[in-house]
Design a protein around this ligand. Structure first.
Ligand SMILES: O=C(O)C[C@H]1C=CC(=O)O1
Ligand SMILES: [Mn+2]
Length: 382
């Protein structure tokens, strides 16, 4: 039994190392909602709820994630046994519809606490246990300029940090985007895998033309070319285009995963813990993919260290991970909010080994970047 003690939620805004240009927004900073739950025995659990570009990516914003937790989820925690993570999440789901990012942040904190209590990493508490200790990691080239992207990619290869590059397209017309991608494919031919993410910005007709041209240019994978609810179009594109289609925004938990699988709407799933509604839900999404013969990729909402560690704990339980992961979020930020940064080497991310998420917050950094700046003086930084 673990009775509720206290909960704290706050938004941390950390600048990005360069503008990150996506079809729907250009990011200059990332806003992470950090959740800290402490049970009656003093065991602490940390979670993160992070989206991209305010409300431009999905239906939750940093502010709505915080307000859903503070207003509607916090009162429910006080009547739950926090050591029973699934029971607690089921109780929350009876009173809170949707709000997947907020639920994921809470479930992450509960799993962190449960792991610390049991002395086990989260990967041993979900999805049948850990099957890998490191994960291949892609990098997104999204400076907005082709030559800058090529220079950045060369540096990543030299440092042996990434050899999978995802390009963000869909903002310009199809021909201009394909020319940009083709130049990058040519520069890295035989040395890196090049994929693109259209973030829903093409019509089906544009996708037919664009995917054929991208295949000819050497692109390995096309992510969410059309609107997330255009399931028929996703199925037609998957059937007729040679380059595989990966579902991202269309995946919002197990039920959407089942619908996409049943319609043969994708060859690959970008599994995301927050979009799925938490780690258990994301694990179910992955199980549906495997049963349907759909390949797996570990997706990100560009979370910081906490959400990235949580995602890594789940992806470490995937027996097949054909397309690797994109868990590079902390590397896009100018500051690390973990006391010990996650370890990236030899093109992979090491899955933390310690109990729970296996991470500790850098309280000084958190105090410096939290939006409300009301941190206790003990954490204040000059
Ligand atoms: O996949 C997305 O749509 C979001 C995200 C993942 C990597 C990146 O650069 O943006
Ligand atoms: Mn995507």
């Amino acid at each position: 039994m673990a009775a509720f003690g206290t909960i704290e939620t706050f938004i941390v805004d950390v600048p990005t190392i360069r503008p990150h240009v996506l079809a729907m927004a250009t990011m200059h900073a990332q806003s992470m909602v950090i959740v800290r739950i402490i049970d009656a025995d003093g065991v602490e659990g940390i979670g993160e709820g992070t989206t991209i570009g305010g409300l431009s990516y999905g239906e939750e914003s940093p502010e709505s994630i915080k307000s859903a937790i503070d207003t509607y989820i916090e009162p429910l925690l006080s009547v739950c046994d926090l050591s029973r993570v699934r029971e607690t999440m089921a109780r929350i789901s009876r009173s809170v519809r949707g709000n997947h990012f907020a639920k994921c942040a809470i479930e992450t904190a509960l799993l962190d606490m449960a792991g610390k209590r049991l002395g086990l990493p989260v990967s041993e508490l979900i999805g049948g246990g850990r099957v890998r200790s490191s994960l291949p990691v892609a990098w997104t080239l999204a400076s907005g300029d082709t030559l800058t992207d090529i220079e950045e990619g060369e540096a990543m290869l030299d440092q042996r940090r990434h050899r999978i590059f995802k390009l963000k397209i869909g903002k310009r017309d199809v021909a201009a985007d394909v020319a940009h991608v083709a130049a990058i494919c040519k520069a890295f031919a035989g040395r890196a895998s090049i994929r693109v993410d259209v973030n829903q910005n093409w019509t089906e007709a544009q996708a037919v033309r664009g995917m054929a041209m991208l295949h000819d240019a050497g692109v390995d994978l096309v992510e969410q070319p059309v609107a997330r609810d255009s399931l028929d179009a996703m199925a037609r594109l998957s059937q007729h285009q040679t380059v595989p289609l990966m579902a991202d925004e269309a995946l919002n938990g197990p039920r959407s995963a089942f619908r996409i699988a049943a319609a043969a709407g994708a060859g690959v799933f970008a599994v995301k813990i927050a979009q799925s509604g938490g780690l258990h839900a994301a694990s179910e999404v992955a199980a549906i993919a495997v049963s349907a013969g759909i390949c797996l990729y570990g997706g990100t909402m560009l979370e910081g260290g906490v959400g990235t560690a949580a995602s890594a704990q789940l992806f470490a339980t995937f027996p097949e991970l054909e397309w690797g992961t994109e868990l590079f979020g902390p590397l896009l930020l100018t500051e690390e909010i973990l006391a010990t940064p996650l370890v990236y080497s030899d093109f992979e991310l090491a899955v933390p080994e310690g109990p729970g998420l296996g991470i500790v917050l850098d309280e000084d950094k958190v105090a410096r970047f939290r939006r409300d700046a009301t941190a206790p003086a003990i954490y204040a930084v000059a």
